[in-house]
Write a protein that binds this ligand. Structure first.
Ligand SMILES: [Zn+2]
Length: 312
């Protein structure tokens, strides 16, 4: 395979989850992971198409359908320990691009048994979030939460798309394949999905009510045919590995724009509610105070003062 061939997002024809490969060269030859050594196969500016979990990163956590993946860099070649900080550049930044666009990522695991090892293709995953953390060795690492895409989506994997000029196919969408009708080729159908799971709870409803559905950053209030619309953003995210609580003090009422930017780390807030990364202050309601501990968590792990991300 020539090195200049464009990256291919989605699955490779004929390679189903569970497919095994003897070594990296076979994996490369099949077009599943087009790097013979690097763990991330990506194209500058185009996103990442594939990763290999080799067990080499001490901070990786693999729970099957959910993986907390450690970004690239800062690792000793000899000991595989972190010996320097990682930066949100290169392939690590390409993984963020997947998060923003919804581009799927092929995941392959290295399986080691005794003295031998092989590789097993795991399927397509989505990059759900990213954040900075301090790794086991004390250095700054970037972590990415990956979630296995559902079966309905993996059926679409049969169609491999070269990314060139076709990235918009993946933009904020999942791919689905329509049921083929007799005499017709199966059509590629796009179905928009919300990338973040909407979690509606008594707490999130209460926060929206207190703010009368006005964004706590910009004050915008959306009003649709079925009434006002706002989103509840958990400051310290729910779920592993963050385990933020679903309580009033951990929830912001935001417009969709500011919700996305908040999750991407474009802005944060100081303990007193002063916004960081953008001007202004969080709009506070007297019955809705925020816990500074959660704001500090977001600043530490998500807010990136030097990131290219910005509000314009
Ligand atoms: Zn807003």
């Amino acid at each position: 395979m020539p090195k200049s061939s464009p990256p291919v997002f989605g699955s490779i024809a004929g390679i189903a989850p569970g497919h095994e490969f003897a070594n990296r060269l076979e994996l490369w030859g099949a077009g599943v992971h087009r790097q013979t050594q690097a763990g991330i196969s990506s194209r500058h500016g185009g996103g990442a198409e594939s990763i290999v979990l080799s067990g080499g990163y001490e901070d990786d956590e693999d729970w099957g359908s959910v993986i907390v993946y450690t970004g690239r860099g800062g690792r000793s070649a000899e000991t595989t320990q972190q010996v320097a900080d990682q930066t949100l550049t290169g392939p690590n930044l390409e993984l963020v691009r997947n998060e923003q666009t919804g581009l799927p990522l092929r995941v392959t695991r290295k399986i080691t048994t005794g003295h031998s090892s092989f590789y097993r293709y795991a399927g397509l995953y989505r990059v759900v979030s990213h954040w900075a953390d301090t790794g086991k060795s004390g250095y700054r690492i970037w972590r990415f939460r990956l979630e296995l895409l559902l079966d309905v989506v993996t059926e679409a994997e049969a169609i491999s798309l070269a990314s060139t000029g076709q990235n918009e196919l993946f933009d904020s969408t999942d791919l689905m394949v329509a049921e083929p009708s007799a005499g017709y080729e199966p059509a590629l159908r796009q179905e928009a999905t919300i990338l973040r799971i909407v979690r509606d709870s008594a707490v999130t409803r209460r926060v929206k009510m207190l703010h009368d559905y006005c964004c706590q950053v910009c004050g915008v209030r959306l009003h649709g045919a079925a009434g006002p619309y706002a989103e509840a953003a958990h400051i310290k995210p729910l779920g592993a590995p963050h385990h933020g609580p679903d309580v009033l003090e951990n929830v912001l009422c935001l417009c969709p724009n500011h919700h996305v930017l908040f999750d991407l780390g474009s802005f944060g807030a100081a303990d007193d509610g002063k916004l960081l990364g953008i001007s202004g202050n969080l709009r506070i309601h007297k019955q809705h105070s925020l816990n500074p501990i959660f704001l500090a968590y977001q600043r530490l792990h998500f807010y990136q003062p030097n990131a290219e991300a910005r509000v314009e």
